[in-house]
Design a protein around this ligand. Structure first.
Ligand code: HEC
Ligand code: HEC
Ligand code: HEC
Ligand code: HEC
Ligand code: HEC
Ligand code: HEC
Ligand code: HEC
Ligand code: HEC
Ligand code: HEC
Ligand code: HEC
Length: 339
């Protein structure tokens, strides 16, 4: 693969002569030849685009199709806002063996399941950078501090050197991580466990593209635990499952505390995203013999074990309102998780 690199540089130097790219991209290439200092994608980018453009293997000019290319917007960055002044890169010192790198480079995202064949072919997927993560993030944060990123600094992503560009791709009109259908694939490059869980029979409709990770998580960090979009797990779940909020006349303590005590939101083999099947789920907290001395319906004459089995099958058959109920006068005499 690396052999393509010298090949490309060669290509670049003979491009004008061969007019190879001019045939493929007539308008742009001719513009570049006639007026090499004209901005091509962003205002003030000519300092870079006199060398970088249509004949780069990486689609540098595609940035013109993104919000970072809105020339009319004063806040729009230019190449140097993100890559730094890069003086020695632009004017290679006479004694330099190689052209020094720009002040800030980002590397290139790791190969993903859906990495374009062209990325793999040119060996650019997964390229490393020498710029420290904090410096890369600082370049973006000069314009993107606050808002959804208020808690970035204290997030686990930031402290584990996950960078803005571990998730975001800049030189493309299709930033996968902001596309509901493709986002999970980006997250799964690092979060394999959640990928496995989301393939289980009971799961949220993420593969169908109906919802995605960022419906529950703010990947930029949050005030609550686990990057939840709201201050707690429960507040996050209530945004879609409002009926579980209550208030209930009779509530079930663990439900008020944290939905994820019983549910694994990413996927389970047990129906209803349950971490375990009743009665085992219930018996993590309730004595298996808890109905001892209760009404006779629990005892099958003869054996005490068959009695346990009967109960075992049916916890939620009787205790139907497991999340809480407003029925104060239930047949269970106050045990109103029973209808
Ligand atoms: C005089 C020509 C020239 C100018 C001007 C120039 N570059 Fe480069 N740039 C190059 C060459 C040649 C390479 C090496 C290309 C390669 O390895 O495929 C390169 C490589 C790069 C790389 C990849 C570095 C890496 O990690 O391998 C980036 C990013 C880059 N340039 C950005 C810029 C930016 C931003 C500017 C404007 C501030 C700029 N360049 C101006 C010629 C130039
Ligand atoms: C908003 C920030 C931003 C701006 C503006 C920007 N870049 Fe980049 N550039 C990046 C990031 C991040 C990458 C890493 C790949 C990606 O995300 O697309 C990159 C990658 C590159 C590469 C490929 C580097 C490699 O390793 O092969 C080149 C070349 C490049 N940029 C040049 C430019 C030029 C020229 C401009 C101005 C037209 C520019 N960039 C504007 C952020 C930016
Ligand atoms: C010089 C300022 C500046 C810098 C530096 C900058 N951005 Fe932006 N960015 C903007 C502006 C302006 C917008 C458009 C915002 C809007 O329309 O509300 C934007 C939009 C975005 C968007 C949303 C795009 C969309 O289509 O809605 C993302 C994602 C983003 N930037 C990420 C980054 C990342 C990652 C970096 C660093 C590699 C970066 N930005 C660096 C100014 C900047
Ligand atoms: C773990 C992945 C991940 C990381 C790391 C990440 N982002 Fe994002 N970003 C997303 C996702 C997903 C969205 C779309 C959903 C949303 O808006 O929360 C997004 C949306 C955005 C937007 C557009 C929405 C808005 O807030 O205006 C901007 C701008 C942005 N990110 C900038 C950044 C910057 C700057 C950094 C680094 C400090 C960064 N992101 C780090 C995943 C990430
Ligand atoms: C480049 C790798 C990378 C990518 C891509 C990535 N993450 Fe992470 N994420 C991490 C690391 C590292 C941690 C720290 C914990 C760990 O090691 O698992 C983490 C932790 C988390 C946590 C737990 C936070 C906490 O406070 O406990 C959540 C939630 C999370 N990521 C969600 C996401 C989502 C959603 C996406 C996609 C939008 C994503 N991540 C993309 C690397 C990544
Ligand atoms: C329905 C809401 C929801 C969705 C959708 C969701 N998560 Fe989570 N996630 C949670 C909750 C709640 C927790 C904390 C409890 C737990 O770990 O089960 C969590 C925890 C995590 C953690 C930290 C795990 C740990 O052991 O610390 C990671 C990483 C994570 N999620 C990644 C993802 C990724 C990647 C996606 C998208 C494929 C995703 N999540 C989608 C609700 C969600
Ligand atoms: C963005 C909206 C949204 C959020 C937030 C959300 N859910 Fe869901 N939930 C859904 C959708 C959509 C379904 C599927 C409903 C269907 O298929 O009829 C679902 C289904 C479920 C199911 C039933 C799964 C099955 O196998 O039938 C459970 C249990 C559940 N969610 C728990 C949670 C928990 C716990 C949280 C918080 C960690 C949460 N949800 C957050 C939208 C959401
Ligand atoms: C004590 C364990 C437990 C806790 C805690 C819990 N659930 Fe459940 N949940 C269950 C059980 C058991 C079922 C299956 C009920 C059935 O089979 O009738 C269920 C089913 C569901 C369903 C699908 C069926 C329905 O009723 O819509 C959703 C959605 C749901 N739970 C959301 C939540 C939310 C949101 C929370 C947090 C507010 C939560 N659960 C907390 C045990 C629990
Ligand atoms: C994480 C621990 C935990 C789990 C798991 C759990 N519960 Fe509970 N449950 C409690 C606590 C705590 C109480 C309150 C006890 C009290 O008030 O004495 C309670 C109370 C109850 C009550 C009595 C409610 C009332 O009105 O007094 C019933 C019935 C009940 N749980 C059924 C279940 C069933 C069925 C399951 C399985 C689907 C289950 N529980 C799972 C902790 C749990
Ligand atoms: C046939 C219906 C039925 C089944 C099946 C059932 N229960 Fe009950 N449960 C009741 C009734 C009725 C009460 C009220 C009894 C009372 O007030 O003395 C009750 C009370 C409770 C209580 C509160 C009183 C106590 O004993 O602590 C808990 C906790 C409980 N059940 C848990 C469970 C669990 C766990 C299972 C599954 C292993 C289960 N139940 C299966 C009908 C049932």
């Amino acid at each position: 693969m690396n052999k393509t690199q010298p090949f490309l540089i060669l290509m670049r130097s003979v491009t004008a002569a061969l007019c190879l790219f001019a045939m493929a991209q007539p308008a742009l290439a001719q513009d570049a030849a006639k007026a090499p200092r004209k901005d091509l994608a962003l205002k003030g980018d000519a300092v870079c685009t006199r060398c970088h453009g249509v004949d780069d293997e990486y689609p540098v000019l595609a940035i013109g199709q993104t919000k970072h290319g809105t020339v009319a917007d004063k806040r729009t960055p230019t190449c140097t806002s993100c890559h730094g002044a890069s003086e020695t890169h632009i004017n290679r010192p006479a004694d330099a063996k190689e052209r020094p790198k720009p002040t800030i480079t980002y590397g290139l995202p790791p190969p993903r399941q859906d990495a374009k064949q062209v990325d793999v072919y040119f060996g650019v997927a997964g390229k490393k950078t020498d710029t420290p993560a904090a410096d890369r993030n600082a370049a973006c944060l000069t314009c993107h501090q606050g808002g959804k990123r208020t808690h970035w600094e204290t997030s686990l992503h930031a402290s584990r050197d996950t960078t803005c560009t571990s998730c975001h791709q800049i030189h493309t009109a299709h930033d996968k991580v902001r596309d509901k259908r493709d986002q999970a694939q980006v997250c799964y490059t690092c979060h394999k466990e959640q990928r496995a869980q989301n393939q289980r029979p009971s799961r949220h409709p993420i593969p169908e593209g109906k919802m995605t990770c960022s419906d529950c998580h703010n990947p930029h960090g949050s005030a609550g635990t686990k990057n939840m979009v709201r201050d707690s797990v429960n507040e996050t779940c209530y945004t879609c499952h409002m009926e579980k909020r209550g208030p209930f006349v009779r509530s079930h303590q663990p439900v008020q505390e944290d939905c994820s005590i019983c549910h694994n939101p990413h996927g389970t083999t047990t129906p209803n995203l349950l971490k375990a099947r009743p009665p085992f789920l219930c018996q993590e907290c309730h004595e298996p013999t808890g109905h001892r001395g209760g009404p006779g319906i629990f005892t099958t004459p003869g054996t005490s074990t068959s009695s346990a089995n009967l109960v075992a099958r049916g916890c939620v058959n009787c205790h139907t309102n497991i999340h809480g109920t407003n029925n104060p006068t239930s047949a269970s005499g106050g045990r109103s998780l029973r209808r």
